[in-house]
Structure formats: C-alpha cells, structure tokens
Design a protein around this ligand. Sequence first.
Ligand code: ADP
Ligand code: MG
Length: 361
Amino acid sequence: MSDDIVARYENVSKDYDGVKVVSDLTFDIRRGEFLSLLGPSGSGKTTTLMMLAGLQSPSSGNIFLDGRPIVGIPAHQRNIGVVFQNYALFPHMSVGENVSFPLRARRTARAEIARRVRESLEMVQLGPLIDRWPGELSGGQQQRVALARALVFDPSVVLLDEPLGALDRQLRENMQLELKQLHRQTGITMIYVTHDQGEAMTMSDRVAVFDQGRILQCSAPERIYNAPESRFVAEFVGENNRFSGTVETVDAAECSVRTDDDVRIRAVHGGHVAAGDAVQVYVRPERIEVGGAAATRDNSFQVPVLDAIFLGDHTRLKVAMPGHPEVTVKRNFLDDADDLPAAGQTATIGWSAQAARVVTH
Ligand code: ADP
Ligand code: MG
C-alpha cells in the first residue's frame, strides 16, 4: 500500500441479523483528502465510518490504516479522531478537559497537553472559552470543541458524521467554510458523512456516492455532476432531465440514441456502449439553451412552453417534448436577457452532444 493511501477498505461487508447493510466495499482514502460519503438515509454511510473508527466490526473483509490491518484493534488504539452529531462532549468536563481527554488517555506530558489544547482551541477559534462547561455553549460551539478534541492528538484521519446536521442553515454554511479552511490549514485527512449533496459538492476533493450499502461512484465533485456513471448518481445529485432510448450508432466519444418516443439525441458516452443497448440520456436543465444559437446545436427542437417562472437570478421553463411532458430548462437571467419565451409560446431549445450524457445502468 503506497504512502499516499491512508486507509483502505478491501471487500468489506457488514450485516445485521443476516441483512447486508454494507456490501463488498473496496476503496482507498488518499492522504490529506477531504472525502465525503454521500447517500440517502440508511445507505450504510455511518456503518462504513464506524468500522474504520473501530466502533463496529466488519462481517467480512479487511480494513487497513497506514498500511496495517486494523480489524480487531480497539477504537482508542487506532489514532482516529471522530466528530459525530450525537457523539456529545463529556458534560462534567470543562472545554479544556474535554479537549485534553485524548492526550491524557495517551499519557502525554503535562506541558505538551497544555500547549496542544491551546493550539487546538485556537484553530477552532474558541481559545477564550477553555474554562467553560459544555452546557454553557451553543450547538455550533459544542461542535467546534468536539472538532478540537478530534484534532488535538494529530490523528491519521478525522471522521465526521453529519457534524453540522443539528445546526440551522446559516450557521451550518459558516461552519462548512470554517471546516474546509481547517482542512486546508492542517492537511489532515477528513472523511465526512452527509446526505446533503450541496454540502458534499462544495466541501470535498472527492465524493463517494452510496446506495444500498455500495459505492456507486467515487470521484471529484465535477465528475459526479458532469459524468455520472449510473442512473442513481445522475438523479441523486442535482437536477436532471432523463430520456430513455436505444443506442443507434456509436462513435469514439459520442453516440446517437433514439428515444422510445422516436426523438434522436446526440450524446457523449463513457465507453462500453454498443448499438442496440438500452440506455438513459441525461441533460442538466442549465445546459439547455433557448432561442438564437439553440437552433444550431447538435440537438435542437421546437417545443411548446408550458410554464416560465422568473426566480430572480434565473428563469425556469417547463417545456414539452415527445414522451416527456415536463422537460426542465434553467436559464441564467443574464445569458438570455429579454428573449425568453412565455408560457403558451413555442420556443427553440437546443443542447450540444457534450451536454448530454449516456448512462447504461
Ligand atoms: P446511513 O448512515 O447511510 O443513514 P447506516 O449505516 O446508519 O446508514 O445504516 C444502514 C442500515 O443498517 C440501515 O438500514 C440501518 O437501519 C441499519 N443499522 C444500522 N445500525 C444498526 C444496528 N446496530 N443494528 C441493526 N441495524 C442497523
Ligand atoms: Mg448515518
């Protein structure tokens, strides 16, 4: 296992009472990255994290940390920091005592403890609150203390399970930025569980999309968004228009798909498609152009406009295509200035083959 891999799951499965909740998971965590585990509730994200933390053990498979197999090694000997939404501070300890706890457990020298606790609390901007009790802190401050406690012993990895889930939106967004900054500043590997795709997309170097105990795709946010490899990923992250059809012809990067309603669409494929394959084609609402240049695109259609809603920074159109009564188009106000159609009118819409993505499963 090379040095730039901090942890590895190898064919890891977990079942509870015969029900598989994590299924044959194999993936690497790169040293220094911010990796998000994104997926709906119940898809196995927490269980995956718990097995790395040592709070659950796999039913089968292996997990490595810094090159060593760790299954069977107790949690406190794993050099992993954890911040869980429900992994509360010790209420009977002051902020300083909470943060020093992992160091005291490791029998670190007293002067060293004092220095590290101060540093950690400063990192999360809570230096002055060292003598407070957890009960005297806001939810956001408590999670900052939990973060300081997770960082204080210089762990190999910090695991964060929906740590901002209980905070209100404004605070959550501020803390996202702070956390991201802290990641940049410390360079510590962070694994972040969330069911919030916006959060995963804005914070992460890579996103692992979970569904039913499996990782369907693990890549940079841009690729998750622009090059989804499955229906689930295409539909879970952001808005998408879907056309189902059959591949007619295949070129190096593009192919032609005839939809079930006889519409022909040029789209890019990620390889592994052949004429006759049943596929889905996805087009993001913001990639569909309207009027003017739309007529010259690889895919261009005359469509009735069912609805046009002005939303300030963009306008959302609903148009009808054969077999697709509700195709969503999202136009930036500045892109199209005055020439967006109104409901009841006919419009020309279009998109390039590059904007349409074929997905085979
Ligand atoms: P997520 O974090 O993605 O919401 P979890 O890993 O918490 O998913 O849970 C995955 C599945 O495993 C869920 O169906 C959940 O009910 C089940 N599960 C989790 N923990 C236990 C447990 N201790 N005993 C039995 N079932 C569990
Ligand atoms: Mg969870």
